[in-house]
Design a protein around this ligand. Sequence first.
Ligand code: SF4
Length: 608
Amino acid sequence: MAITKTKFINYVRCPRYVALDDLKKEKLDSMITVEEYKKEEEIEHIAELLGNMFDDSGNDLIDIKNEHLETMMPYYNKVEILAGELASKYFEGSFKFSKSTYNQESFDAVIDNIRYLCYVDIYNENDDGINIIEVKATTTKKYLDLGSKDYSIFEKGNDGIYYLLEDLNLNIEDYMPLKVYERNRDKLFDKYSGPGHYIYDIAVQRFIIENDMKSHNDNKNVKYYLAVLNSNYVFDGKYENGEAIYDEVNGEDIISYIDVTNVTRDLMDKIYLDSKKVKGYIDDLNGSRVPLGEYCEYKKTVKCKYCRLCFDVLPEKHSILAYINNNFGFKKGNIKYDTYDLINDGKVSMLDIPDEMLNREKNKIQKDSVVSGQPYINERKIKDGIKQITYPLYHLDFETFPCPLPRYKGERPYTQSVFQFSLHVEKEPGVCDKEKDHYGYLAPNHDDHRLDLIRYMCELIPDDKMVLVYNDSFEKTRLKELAYIFPEYKETLLKIRDNVFDLMNIVKTKSSLYENLGYSKEEAKMFNYYHPDMDGSFSIKKVLPLFSDLTYKGMEVGNGVEAMVTYASFPKLLPLDYKHKYQKLIEYCQQDTYAMFAVLDGLRKSVK
Ligand code: SF4
């Protein structure tokens, strides 16, 4: 049972993980089957893929199930194959890559009597040495966003590969102040940050490869690269036999390569120390509780698989983690308290945090409402917000599929591709029938149905009527994207976008809206409504039960991720299953828009 890269990354979390992993110490210098290796990697790949798909959509993340693996794995595999095929444009020599681990180059090394093993996504060898290329279903955006407003810490070299500015021997001060550069570069070394996560991963790979080569006295020069999706790539809609063809478009390739040779070199000492840690954990095999920490990666798709077990110390309701912005910690005088330190000190509930440590006004409101069991309501603000609404009112919601590889013309990697809309028309305040006033469109398959969807939506929504959404940045961005992809509907779509009003502005608040209505800065930014049952979340799923008996509980498709996976599974469903799932998706999206009506209606009644 050799330790794979994925196992290493998990084992280094804490000693408890290792002990809980039912590890057979005596077998730790033997090999692992390819099937076992693949299984571990697949779960990790899909966790990362789903993490990227829902980076900014605000959906609840889910536990990865087999059906998710089956549905999403082909998308990941396709990225891997494209990265392998395109590599020959950027690197000379011979290549070894495959969607199946069976044909990939592997390295293994015995360190402290433990065998470590890794497979390389793309192995390239030429006269200069070896290039190790790891494919990640993330985008260049994660890396190019590091830097100042105008420049990234990465720049393309003459060979089209991205390098750190320092690796290109550029004068950093010409791009940004050195401090800004260093602060952003440091994020690459933080394995809990988005870009750092992948750097740590390939650094573990490098550690195993270096030890393997050392044991064979192999001194070849090795360089390390990440292959990621290019966020600047806009698909031109070219297909062959129904398959999208990702040719170069406007000088951009679908995959970009980032040289991380020097960054991973700088991590080698840390990985060595981490391997010592892992060795110690394996020797002790101590399953007793350990302090909780960032390494649990709670609430991330890549969270520790034992979170459920260890986080049982937190109460189900009103835990300290329900405090909004708790990631910034708490403060008493000049002393700052980290949230995990407080948890490990037994302060697990909201009520365990003394008032003097609550520096944020919003946190005080949260605690007061938990103590009193009563909601906090700023009636005047809610009434003034509701007064802004005009009728008939069009409640709109989109479901999207943020495919790693763009599927339709005009899309980029991870474009939130709209496949469904739901619309409820509230003719006058409080008048909306769940069935009779409902309209919608759901793409029947994975062909490009965006025009049908847009056409129907534009027919239904007059361009001078108010459109209500929940959390407007998502819907507004989709409308704008569609407007530029379909110029014939640009004017109408942009008008619909301009008419969007966000229901969350009334539930939560929006500073600019309320300042315009004459409220002070302080009052404008404070919540309008907070109920203890919200537990720190303003999502429609949390807010709905406070105003209505409507519920998502028991729904076969009950959240955004399930909706996306259900749509993704369409092509492989048998006719009867397809019909059933299609209907469940319609019901889910219908519930979303009717929930908005119910929340608005409830709010209106609560401030009468
Ligand atoms: S949840 Fe945290 S403390 Fe528990 S095993 Fe995982 S990493 Fe360790």
